[in-house]
Design a protein around this ligand. Sequence first.
Ligand code: PAF
Length: 284
Amino acid sequence: MEIINRRQRMFSISRKLRRESKTVGFVPTMGALHEGHLTLVKEARQMCDVVIVSIFVNPTQFNSSVDLEKYPRDLTTDVSLLAEYEVDYIFAPEEHEIYPDGFSTYVNVQGVTDVLEGESRPGHFRGVATVVTILLNTVRPDHAFFGQKDAQQVAVIKRLTTDLGFETEIVVVPTVREESGLAMSSRNERLSAEEREKAAIIINALRAAKTEFKRGERNASHLTQIVRDTIATEPLARLDYVHIVDRESMQTIDKVGDNEALIVIAAYFGDVRLIDNVILNRKQ
Ligand code: PAF
């Protein structure tokens, strides 16, 4: 396993891999790796000849400098975990390698970023879209792996790779959950033991609504009411939003039709904001 810090070195490795006709799987991360990331790595390992993981805490996707500073960083632990998963290259650039002096080019994906997380975290998806564009252009992978937990991020990245003509196939991996059902996230570490246990109400609420969907309920307000009612039974939970959205456009819908849709939720436990979703009408 080689750790690469420079963009030029990453370019030349990826050129060499293409010359050798190796399929390249890429897992972009911000480090602080947990089981969710490692599942993406496992998937990449199964599908591709060569696996590249990036570790870069991307400053442009943070809304506050305090959050950016507080973001957990532990490169040594991350590197030893990735070695166990037989990763071939870790791309861990310094900030100036990604954002050189005078940097002034940003990627704005319209529409899909205007709602939900885009509303709560202005500028967040501009930062994600920009860094993912730079990373894909540097690594040039055949496949890039993202988790379904961040459904809106997936929708943004699919839109941008289609619009900008990237050849990379975006592979979406199902959400990895703790034993209780809580979606894995680095934010879970900030929950108290009690909050972490009680936060399973989020997936229980989504599953209750999905059960009604399977019984034939198509009305979005009825389905979201089930989620609201279930969340209301947990005093530690504070609902931020719950919506039924089109999986591709992330726009709210009133009635679930034939297209893939999601029930998306954001809820607070203390000051920790958690997101999750379930898919309705899954096509594959
Ligand atoms: O999901 C993440 O960890 C980040 O948003 C990503 C895709 C690595 C871009 O910084």
